[in-house]
Design a protein around this ligand. Structure first.
Ligand SMILES: O=C(O)CCC(=O)C(=O)O
Length: 272
């Protein structure tokens, strides 16, 4: 039996800032669990518009084209960098009023967007291999152990563009696996023999989002429905972090000079 996600925050009004106590509560939950489901962060209509734009631009690409872009991240599952323009260039999306204060406290007021894109699980996609999004920052085992309780250096904001359900699947997350000395043993066991009994799955609706520490063990679940399941992701990080692991050939962020100039000055630092 998979558990329900303990780490959850409800936003009363989408795109609105939260009281200080709620921000602190969210930060504390994330630090403990390495994940946080944020309900009602965005207006549903905004997400539906993004879904339509995404469908028009990216779901037209053939599997051959996607493979040429080096985008496969599993069986029938593709990672596509999204051009930051039109509805994707919306400050409520990348600098959301409810989410941003939580991120600033977790990462630093100097945080940056390390990558901005999407993962789409097509109908029939199987379970993704259970994984970490980035290898440990330190190679030597002794250094890894010293780093086991470090604060987060990067995290992913996942924004599902469709309602997630047991049919469409969602992301299975091993809460608490971002820290502790036994996380690598757990990962190895799960990679060798996938077992979801200790995972939690946020069946998020359009308008919800979930945060995952870059160190948390997770994996996309099968899509047994007849519709594609696109999720947008925005990875926020401390300013010194560069993701050379996931983006050897694909661009982490795609924004033209013209579009960058349209970003309000207060948010430009996020993209620098
Ligand atoms: O498809 C999903 O739900 C998650 C995808 C994912 O975790 C990844 O590609 O790293």
């Amino acid at each position: 039996m998979m558990g329900t996600m303990q780490s959850k925050l409800f936003v009363d009004r989408p795109n609105a800032s939260l009281p200080t106590e709620s921000i602190q509560q969210a930060v504390d939950l994330f630090r403990v669990h390495g994940a946080l489901w944020i309900e009602n962060a965005f207006p549903k209509s905004t997400i539906e518009n993004l879904r339509l734009a995404y469908q028009k631009k990216y779901l037209r690409l053939s599997k051959k084209e996607l493979r040429k872009r080096d985008a496969a991240v599993g069986d029938q599952r593709f990672m596509i960098t999204v051009d930051i323009k039109g509805p994707f260039r919306c400050p409520h999306l990348y600098a959301n009023e409810a989410v941003m204060p939580i991120l600033r406290r977790l990462l630093s007021p100097e945080l940056r967007i390390a990558s901005f894109g999407s993962v789409v699980a097509l109908p029939g996609a199987g379970n993704q291999a259970i994984h970490l999004d980035h290898p440990p920052l330190f190679d030597r085992e002794a250094d890894r152990l010293s780093a086991a309780g470090f604060p987060t250096y990067a995290l992913t904001l996942v924004i599902p563009l469709v309602d997630l359900s047991p049919d469409t699947g969602a992301t299975a997350i091993w809460e608490g696996s971002h820290r502790g000395n036994d996380r690598f043993d757990l990962l190895q066991r799960l990679m060798e023999k996938p077992n979801y009994s200790s995972a939690v799955i946020p069946y998020a609706r359009q308008g919800d989002a979930y945060l995952m520490d870059y160190r948390v063990i997770h994996g996309g679940m099968a899509n047994g429905s007849v519709i594609p399941r696109p999720i947008l992701y925005i990875v926020y990080s401390r300013p010194w972090f560069r993701d050379g692991f996931n983006f050897k050939t694909q661009q982490p962020v795609s924004i033209s000079r013209k579009q960058f100039k349209k970003i309000p000055k207060t948010y430009r630092q996020l993209f620098e």
